[in-house]
Design a protein around this ligand. Structure first.
Ligand code: ADP
Length: 162
């Protein structure tokens, strides 16, 4: 999902509920400095995709991961059984990102990204569209429902893959 849609909060809650491991890719990128430079206009880092994939490969190979990132086209298709794209309403997202201290340019860029469904389109282009699901992530009720759906998906996956 677009930054602010709730990926980290949802991943954390889903990891607690299911016992899967939450892999926060943004944090790993920062810790390991997997970037090629900084885009000053957007106040964001330009990440080194190959370095990120090399870093993640052994973690993913162990299995049972919830991979939390705003982009998915850089990852190999074989890594995932399910792709979830979190969505939030414009007003909700605007408030969350203002609270995060985003400047006006970054704020409007991200809200526009959500309106244009950039992350969803990228996911559908990069993976089998049957694996890609949208989840609304506006309030705590959505969060609870999403975590339950993830737990249910996992149970179904386990019974189909015994
Ligand atoms: P992301 O990882 O997609 O950037 P976060 O998980 O950091 O988003 O969430 C951004 C903010 O919105 C945080 O303050 C978080 O607590 C809040 N938040 C996330 N999901 C929900 C939700 N479903 N309901 C209410 N608040 C939420």
């Amino acid at each position: 999902g677009t930054p602010g849609t709730g990926k980290t909060q949802t991943s954390q809650a889903a990891a607690e509920r299911t016992g899967l491991r939450h892999v926060n890719v943004g944090d790993l990128i920062k810790q390991n400095k997997c970037y090629e430079g900084k885009d000053e206009t957007f106040d964001s880092y330009i990440i080194d995709d190959d370095e990120v994939c090399d870093l993640l490969e052994p973690i993913i190979e162990e299995g049972g991961c919830i991979v939390d990132f705003h982009s998915c086209e850089l990852f190999p298709e074989r890594w995932f059984e399910l792709i979830l794209v979190l969505r939030a309403n414009t007003d909700v997202l605007y408030d969350r990102l203002s609270e995060r201290g985003y400047n006006e340019k970054k704020l409007s860029e991200n809200v526009e990204c959500e309106i244009m469904q950039i992350v969803l389109e990228e996911a559908k282009e990069s993976y089998d569209s049957n694996l890609v699901h949208e989840l609304q992530s506006n309030d705590l009720n959505d969060l609870e429902n999403n975590v339950e759906r993830i737990a249910q998906w996992l149970e179904n996956w386990k019974s189909n893959n015994q």
